[in-house]
Ligand binder design. Sequence first.
Ligand code: PEP
Length: 253
Amino acid sequence: MRNKVIAGNWKMNKDVHQTEDLINGLKNALDFELKNVTVVVCPPFTSLETAVRLIKGTPMLLGAQNMYFEDEGAFTGEVSAKMLQAVGCQYVILGHSERRQLFRETDDFINKKVKKALAAGIIPIVCVGETLEEREKNITHQIVSSQVKGVLKDVSASDTERVIIAYEPVWAIGTGRNATPQQAEEVHLLIRELISVLYGPATAERLIIQYGGSVKPDNAGDLLAQPDIDGALVGGACLKADSFAAIIKAAIL
Ligand code: PEP
């Protein structure tokens, strides 16, 4: 049985002071046993150090929202996997659709970061997902399969087991319009079957596949009850302690 991983993607929200408030709020709200659930908070870079200090001694783990694939050097504005590791990050979100769309990140570019994160011992949460136009053209399966293959190029089976894939249909992100549990499950199953073909059934069985896209306290339970949905990548609803805690609660068996 796979654990559920609930990760909060704060995006470009919360300065250091607001970070303190939110983490303290989460500490109060998470007054229940997490059992099968891993909780990851992914604040902006400027809040990582504050967050890591505040989550010490709690079950919450730290993630970043991006990184670059080089170790160091003349890459103004970038941070490396080693820097994330040194600050205490155990996870990093890679290839979010906002980075693909606004910053033109490609599967090839994301793949370089995935390999670097794994080499540094950081678990990459790698996002894939189709646009509305692609769904309407009935090419969701092709798009998602090609993204999964692209971001995992030259990643070994044992490393793939450490990767988390987040299926995030672009039309569901920040729109309030979530995929139905059936729509999401269909794509999660497709991803698992693809991993089985590429890496074998044991790797596929262990792979954590999160759903992301307008996950809220009132739809989390139905989504997370699907057999191939192993957690959620949460945007808007992770910015308030109560709603993030309610989603976490919905993942507990
Ligand atoms: C996200 O940013 O990854 C996301 C899924 O956002 P939201 O939950 O707001 O749709």
